[in-house]
Design a protein around this ligand. Structure first.
Ligand SMILES: Cc1cc2nc3c(=O)[nH]c(=O)nc-3n(C[C@H](O)[C@H](O)[C@H](O)COP(=O)(O)OP(=O)(O)OC[C@H]3O[C@@H](n4cnc5c(N)ncnc54)[C@H](O)[C@@H]3O)c2cc1C
Length: 548
C-alpha cells in the first residue's frame, strides 16, 4: 500500500484489525530505526507517531552524524567508539543525506583546548572512530588556521585542527527510514497518538489505545510487544504504564539559529569555544550558516520548545567573539529551531555533563522503553531492541537473523561516493531538464537520492500546467511527498520533508501562498479549510524569527 495520505483509511483499518508482533510508539529516528530492523527480520510491525514523523527531537538536532568529540573530555570512550565507527555505516547506507564535512577546531588563548591535548584528542578520536586514512585529522599552525578561516579572531587564535564529521538532514533520514520500513511490510502512520496501554489477564502489556489526530476517532492496536520510543515523552508513556520509577529523563533544550551565508561567510564548519567553557558549531550549508547549540535544563511544555531572546543572544555573542568582524544582530537571524535532548538524569551533573548513552528500561508489564542516545547511533539502538524483541518472541515464532549494517535506505542506493556524484552530475546537467532550475535539481539529489527520478517524471506531467519553473518544481516535489512520503500539510512539507523553513527561507517566503494553494488543491480543501490551513501555515512560518 502506498505511503500516502490517500491510503490512510485502509492503513487505519489494518491497524485496527491485525495483531502485530511489535507496536512502536514514536516516529523519530529511534522508532523508525526499530520499525525497519524489526520489519527486515520478518516481524509484523506497527508504528504510530502522534504528530508528524521526526516532529520531535529528530528534526531539531545539530544535524551531524558525528562521533561526539566532546565526549572524549568526559572519558566516554565506548560511546565515542560506538557512534564514531557507526558514522561510516550511516554514510554508506544513506549517502544522499549524509555528506562529509571538514570541521575546523580553532585553538585559542586560555581556551578549553590546548595545542598538545587537541592533537592527542583528535588522534584518539580518529583511532576510536576508525577514521579513513584520507579523513585523518590535521593540526594547523596559527597562520594556517587563519588562512583556512580568515574571519577568526586574530587576537585569540594560536593554532587549529581540521578533522572530519558528516552533515545530515535529520528529518530526511527519518523519512527515508520510515519509507524503507514500509516497503518491507511495516505500517507506519503519523498523526496517531497512543493515549494509554492495553493489558491482558496477566497484566502484561498487549497493545495500546490510540486516537487518530486527523479524525478524532479512537481504537485499539493489539501487539505482542510494545516499544516506547517516544523521545522526550518516554516518561509520560512510562507514567501511563504506572512504571515511572528508578531512572528518569532530564530534558535539556538546544537552540540553533540560521543566518544568510553572506552575514556569516565561513569557509568551513567550525567547532569553537564559548566563554562559559562550552563549545558550539557554526555550519555553512546551501546559502546559509547555522549556529548552535545551547544546553539548558527544560521543564516547560514538551510539545513546543521555542528559542528565547536569551538563547539567541547567547549564540550571537559567542559567534561575534570568535568572528569579530561579522557583527551579527538578532535582526540578521532568518530562521531557528529548538529541540529537547531526552537524557537520563544523574545526580549532581550539569546538562552538558549528562551522558548521551542510550538506556533500555523494561517495566513489570513488559513495556520496553528506550531513551537517550544519538541520531548517529540509531541503527545500533534499533538492533538492540529488535534483537531483544526477537529473542523474547523466538519461542513462538522464528524470525530472520538479519542485519541492517548493509541495508541501503530508500533513495540511498549508491555503491560509492563516485556513483552518487555521477548521478548528481547527470541530473543537474541533463539538458533535457533545462526547464527546471539546476540548483533545485541538485538539491533534490541530496534530499531524495535515486527517488529524484520520480520527481522529475512528476515535473514532466505537470509541465504544461505551470509556466513558472520554481512553482512547477514545487508542484512536482509536493506531489512526490504526497504519494510517497505521507505528507499531510504544508508544515510537514516545509519542515520535515524538505527543511525549506531552515535552509531555503527566502524561496519559502516567496512561494508561501503557492505552496498553500497547491496543498489545498491536492487535498481538495473547502474554502473554510483552505483559510484555516493558510492561517496555521503562515503563523508557524513567522514564528521561526519571533523570539520572546
Ligand atoms: C539540540 C540538539 C542537537 C543534537 N544534535 C545531534 C547531532 O548533531 N548528532 C546526533 O547524532 N544527535 C544529536 N542530537 C540527539 C538526537 O537528535 C536525538 O538523540 C534523537 O533525535 C532522538 O530521537 P528519538 O526518536 O528518540 O526522539 P524523537 O525524535 O523526539 O521522537 C519521539 C517521537 O515520539 C512521538 N511521541 C511521543 N509520545 C507519543 C505518543 N503518546 N504516541 C505517539 N507518538 C508519540 C513524538 O511526537 C516524537 O516524534 C541532538 C539533540 C538535540 C536536542
Amino acid at each position: 500500500m502506498a505511503f500516502s495520505l490517500s491510503s490512510r483509511p485502509a492503513l487505519l483499518s489494518d491497524l485496527r484489525a491485525r495483531h502485530f508482533d511489535i507496536l512502536v510508539i514514536g516516529g523519530g529516528i529511534t522508532g523508525c530505526g526499530i520499525a525497519l530492523d524489526a520489519a527486515l527480520r520478518g516481524m509484523k510491525v506497527a508504528l504510530v507517531e502522534k504528530a508528524d514523523f521526526a516532529s520531535g527531537t529528530s528534526s531539531r538536532s545539530t544535524k551531524l552524524i558525528h562521533g561526539g568529540l566532546r565526549y572524549l573530555k568526559q572519558f566516554e570512550l565506548k560511546l565515542v567508539h560506538d557512534v564514531g565507527s557507526e558514522r561510516a555505516v550511516v554514510y554508506r547506507n544513506a549517502r544522499h543525506v549524509v555528506i562529509p564535512e571538514k570541521m575546523l577546531l580553532p585553538i585559542i588563548k586560555n581556551g578549553s583546548l590546548g595545542r598538545g591535548s587537541t592533537s592527542m584528542a583528535l588522534r584518539v578520536y580518529d583511532f576510536l572512530a576508525g577514521v579513513k586514512k584520507e579523513e585523518l585529522r590535521k593540526m594547523l599552525s596559527r597562520e594556517e588556521t587563519l588562512r583556512e578561516e580568515p574571519l577568526l579572531n586574530t587576537d585569540k587564535v594560536i593554532a587549529g585542527g581540521l578533522y572530519y564529521e558528516y552533515r545530515t538532514d535529520d528529518s530526511r533520514l527519518v523519512i527515508e527510514l520510515a519509507k524503507s520500513a514500509v516497503s518491507n511490510g511495516a505500517i507506519c502512520l503519523n498523526y496517531v497518538a497512543v493515549t494509554g496501554p492495553l493489558y491482558d489477564e496477566q497484566k502484561l502489556i498487549c497493545g495500546a489505545k490510540v486516537t487518530d489526530q486527523l479524525t478524532g476517532q479512537s481504537f485499539d492496536i493489539k501487539a505482542t510487544k510494545v516499544v516506547n520510543a517516544a523521545g522526550p515523552f518516554v516518561d509520560l508513556v512510562r507514567k501511563s504504564d504506572e512504571s515511572l520509577y528508578g531512572k528518569r529523563l532530564q530534558l535539556t533544550k538546544g537552540v540553533h539559529i540560521v543566518f544568510p551565508y553572506d552575514k556569516l561567510p565561513l569557509h568551513h564548519a567550525a567547532y569553537f569555544d564559548v566563554k562559559d567553557g562550552r563549545m558550539i558549531f557554526a555550519i555553512p550549508r546551501n546559502g546559509v550558516t547555522y549556529v548552535g547549540t545551547t544546553d539548558t535544563v527544560y521543564n516547560q511544555n514538551i510539545d513546543s520548545p521555542h528559542p528565547t531572546k536569551e538563547d539567541v543572544q547567547y549564540l550571537i555573542d559567542a559567534v561575534n567573539a570568535m568572528f569579530p568582524t561579522v557583527g551579527l544582530k538578532i535582526s540578521d537571524v532568518v530562521s531557528s529551531w529548538a529541540g529537547l535532548r531526552p537524557l537520563i538524569y544523574e545526580d549532581g551533573k550539569s546538562p552538558s555533563e549528562l551522558s548521551r548513552k542510550d538506556e533500555v528500561i523494561i517495566s513489570p508489564s513488559g513495556l520496553i522503553s528506550i531513551a537517550g542516545g544519538k541520531l548517529t547511533g540509531y541503527r545500533l539502538m534499533a538492533e538492540k531492541i529488535a534483537e531483544l524483541v526477537s529473542k523474547e518472541l523466538l519461542a513462538k515464532v522464528r524470525f530472520k537473523n538479519t542485519s541492517t549494517k548493509e541495508y541501503q535506505l530508500s533513495g540511498g542506493e549508491f555503491a560509492s561516493d563516485e556513483e552518487l556524484k555521477a548521478f548528481a552530475k547527470k541530473i543537474t546537467t541533463d539538458s533535457y531538464y533545462e526547464w527546471l532550475p539546476a540548483d533545485i535539481r541538485e538539491r533534490w539529489v541530496y534530499r531524495y537520492g535515486r527517488n529524484t527520478e520520480t520527481i522529475l517524471r512528476n515535473a514532466e506531467e505537470l509541465k504544461a500546467t505551470y509556466a513558472d519553473a520554481e512553482q512547477l518544481a514545487l508542484a512536482a516535489e509536493i506531489t512526490y511527498s504526497y504519494y510517497n512520503e505521507m505528507v499531510t500539510s504544508e508544515l510537514d512539507f516545509v519542515i520535515r520533508r524538505t527543511g525549506m523553513i531552515y535552509f531555503d527561507k527566502a524561496r519559502l517566503d516567496k512561494q508561501l501562498e503557492f505552496i498553500s494553494s497547491y496543498f489545498s488543491h491536492v487535498l481538495s480543501r473547502t474554502p473554510e479549510q483552505k483559510e484555516k490551513a493558510w492561517k496555521e501555515f503562515s503563523t508557524a512560518v513567522a514564528e521561526v524569527t519571533d523570539f520572546k
